[in-house]
Every structure is written in structure tokens, then in C-alpha cells.
Design a protein around this ligand. Structure first.
Ligand SMILES: Nc1ncnc2c1ncn2[C@@H]1O[C@H](COP(=O)(O)OP(=O)(O)OP(=O)(O)O)[C@@H](O)[C@H]1O
Ligand SMILES: [Mg+2]
Length: 403
């Protein structure tokens, strides 16, 4: 389903930008070889797809079908055996291209002794963000992912869901144009899942491109415009959800409950044209997610206590496209250091100073060199939970209805 259709006011409603190809993959093949160079696993096999600006594109498939390998190829962390990949018109290893990508790996690679704030500061540093921007974004992100109250706790103590949240925050610190999320909702509670989905939709509304892999089909269904389904490294199906899931030979009419006589009359008309066993009348049910959220919301309103995690906050202002509120000193410095009527110079293809510290970034994202595994999770404190809960309430009002 084209995003432009869903969000007519969004920047990607402009057909020109909607046509911009962000990722192009042709004949992509990755064969893992053993020590002797013999083929061990054909992880990705002759895959073709394109992802356009503002799309939310889902990679689906059973375990071992090639999703994460595709993601790593798109990030330039693996070399393809055959085929061609372009990201923003360049090789995925192009330094400026990498700076436009945010990546949430399947497994969290976090430095366990850094706290949340330091973790985000570290990643912000990789992208050469100035201190003001780093502080500003880190605060917004921590609030957004519901970890404001845990900013001084070492991430090594975090639960799985909390690690996912800080991982997501680090993936967004550079305000990326392309966000690649490998199993973003794994380990998250239903509220966390809803928030991640709302965030993905908010990013797409701003014309950001999102590629995600997931096993959770309902999550994919809620956010993806188009999906590709893998099996054995090969594309088995691809298209918009509307195309793939449509049942053009059936029709559903939903009405408020009708009086018995009205129903009889309607059925009488229908039976003239359609066999009785083809007509179905029932009460539609809501899905489990919306029911769950309703129950939790009710419990919260009744001020029931919980010692477990609660979460959620508004999408960071800079991710919503609002101007970054720089600290006053930064603004003064900016004015003082800006040349008068500075000419707008195009960014050269290769800058002397890379937009991102390649070595550090590689070290952080390389699957073969994970940071020490994080240890046993600790539950959130009650104060943390209460604060996170408040923030959560703001989220739905800010984001409006999910598509
Ligand atoms: N570094 C590697 N060395 C050898 N084989 C690998 C490597 N990485 C992946 N594979 C193999 O490639 C195939 C695809 O793996 P991949 O991780 O891409 O699957 P996936 O679709 O992400 O699965 P999951 O849903 O379990 O995350 C599997 O057979 C896997 O064993
Ligand atoms: Mg995977």
C-alpha cells in the first residue's frame, strides 16, 4: 500500500520523492563457505527487490531463511557472493551512506558497563554529533523509549526488553534516513511493541524508510506497506499487504446490531442471489492487542500498582521533524562561528573527515565481535515504572490513530 495514500499530508505524498529508490537489490546471493572454501549454506539466493523512500518494508520468513543475512548485506557488514546492492545510489560500504542508516541488530551489542546515557553519548560521538545535539537527542530518546529513569544504570543490568529499547534509541541517535530493524519487537511487552510500531509509523510519516525483519506477523501487518517472504534464501512472495492479503471474491459489510426483522429482510434479499451457506453473520471481535491495551489502560486508570516495567513516551521531537532545541550557548556559538552569508556548498562525494567513525562503527556492529554479553536483568523500580507510565499516556495523543 503506497504510504502516500495513507498519509496524504506527509512529505512523501509528493510523487517525486515517493519514487526515489532508497535500496535496490538485484540477484543478491550469499553463500557461506567452510574453512576449505566449500559451500556451507546458501543463505540468500538470487534475491531482487527495491525499497522506496517513506516505505515500511518487511522481511519475513522462517528461522534460517536469510533475513538477517540480507540485513547484514544491506549494511555492508557482509560481502555478497553475487549480485548488486545500492543504498541511496551507492555501495553499502560508502561512508556517507552509512551515516544515513540506523541499525538495530538482532542481538544487542552493548557495552555492559556504560549506562544508557553514556551508551547514547558514545554512539552520538561516532556520528560526530556535537555535545549539545548529543545531550538533546539522548534525553529525547531516553524519554521516548521509556528509560529516562534508568539513565544512570549500567545497560548490563537491563532486562531483554530494556536492552531492545536502548538498542532502538542508539539506532536513531543520528536521525537516520534509512532505519533497519532486525526483530525490533522481540522481547518487548505488548505496550512496548505498540510503541515501536507507532514509532515506525511516525518515522515513515516523516519520509524515513524503514526495513524490518520480524517473525511476528501481526506486527508486520500493522506497520508494513510491502513485504517479501523468504524461504531457503529465495523470495517466495512479495507485494503490498493489500495485494497479498486481498480476498476479492468475498465482501464484508459491518453495521450496528440490527433488529431481527431487518436482518430477516436483508437475508431474504441475499438468498435470492447467494447460496445460504455462503452468507455469514457474526459479531466481529477486536484483536488481542487492542483488548490487552484496553485492560492495562483500565488498570492504570484505577491506579493499580505494579512492580513490573511500564513504558512509553512521545516520539522524540527531532524524529518528528521538529527543530532541535539547542542549548542557548550552542546557538550563540553557532552565530559567532557562522561566516556572514555563508554560501551553500554541495557536500562532496568523499569528505576528508568521515561523517561517521568507521572503525568504531564496524567494531560496534560486527556480528563476529560482540561486546561482552549482558548479564542478568533487574526489574524496573516503582518510581521508574510510574514515570514511564505517565510518559506512555502522552504517546497515543501525539501519534494519532495507527494505520
Ligand atoms: N556467519 C555465518 N556462517 C555460516 N552460516 C551462516 C552465517 N550466518 C548465517 N548463516 C546461515 O545462513 C542461513 C540464513 O541465516 P539468517 O541468520 O540470515 O536467517 P534468519 O532468516 O535471520 O533466521 P532467524 O529467523 O532465525 O533470525 C542459515 O542457514 C544460517 O545458518
Ligand atoms: Mg535473523
Amino acid at each position: 500500500m503506497p504510504v502516500a495514500e495513507l498519509n496524504p499530508q506527509s512529505p512523501i505524498a509528493d510523487p517525486q520523492s515517493a519514487r526515489e529508490v532508497v535500496v535496490s537489490v538485484r540477484g543478491l546471493t550469499k553463500v557461506f563457505k567452510d574453512f576449505w572454501g566449500r559451500p556451507k549454506a546458501r543463505a540468500v539466493d538470487g534475491v531482487d527487490f527495491e525499497v522506496r523512500r517513506g516505505e515500511v518494508f518487511g522481511l519475513l520468513g522462517p528461522n534460517g531463511s536469510g533475513k538477517s543475512t540480507t540485513v547484514k548485506l544491506l549494511l555492508g557488514l557482509l560481502y555478497p557472493t553475487k549480485g548488486h546492492i545500492e543504498v541511496f545510489g551507492h555501495s553499502p560500504r560508502h561512508v556517507q551512506t552509512k551515516a544515513r542508516i540506523g541499525y538495530l541488530p538482532e542481538e544487542s551489542y552493548l557495552y555492559r558497563y556504560l549506562n544508557s546515557r553514556e551508551t547514547l553519548d558514545f554512539f552520538g560521538n561516532l556520528f560526530h554529533l556535537d555535545k549539545g545535539d548529543r545531550n538533546n537527542r539522548a534525553e529525547q530518546l531516553l524519554e521516548m523509549v521509556g528509560l529516562s529513569q534508568t539513565r544512570t544504570r549500567a545497560v548490563g543490568e537491563f532486562s531483554k526488553g530494556m536492552q531492545r529499547r536502548i538498542g532502538l534509541a542508539q539506532a536513531l541517535i543520528n536521525d537516520p534516513d534509512l532505519v533497519i530493524l532486525d526483530e525490533p519487537t522481540s522481547g518487548l511487552d505488548p505496550i512496548g511493541c505498540r510503541e515501536i510500531k507507532d514509532l515506525i509509523l511516525a518515522l515513515a510519516r516523516r519520509g524515513k524508510t524503514v526495513i524490518l525483519s520480524s517473525h511476528l506477523l501481526s506486527d508486520v501487518e500493522d506497520v508494513c506497506d510491502r513485504v517479501v517472504i523468504y524461504y531457503g534464501g529465495k523470495v517466495q512472495a512479495m507485494g503490498t499487504l493489500k495485494e497479498l492479503l486481498a480476498t476479492p471474491d468475498t465482501l464484508r459489510i459491518t453495521t450496528p446490531v440490527l433488529p431481527r426483522e431487518t436482518m430477516e429482510r436483508v437475508l431474504e434479499i441475499l438468498r435470492k442471489d447467494v447460496a445460504t451457506d455462503k452468507v455469514r453473520v457474526d459479531n466481529p471481535t477486536q484483536n488481542l492487542e487492542s483488548y490487552f491495551l484496553e485492560v492495562v489502560e483500565k488498570a492504570k486508570r484505577a491506579a493499580q500498582e505494579t512492580s513490573g516495567a511500564q513504558s512509553g513516551a512521545k516520539v522524540a521531537a527531532y524524529l518528528r521533524g521538529e527543530a532541535e532545541a539547542k542549548p542557548p550557548t550552542a546557538r550563540v556559538l553557532e552565530k559567532l562561528t557562522l561566516p556572514q552569508a555563508a554560501p551553500v556548498t554541495p557536500v562532496p562525494e568523499v569528505e576528508a573527515k568521515p561523517a561517521v567513525d568507521e572503525k568504531k562503527l564496524e567494531a560496534m556492529t560486527k556480528a563476529t565481535e560482540p561486546a561482552p554479553a549482558v548479564s542478568k536483568p533487574l526489574p524496573a523500580t516503582e518510581k521508574e515504572s510510574a514515570d514511564l507510565s505517565k510518559a506512555n499516556e502522552k504517546l497515543s495523543s501525539l501519534l494519532g490513530k495507527p494505520k
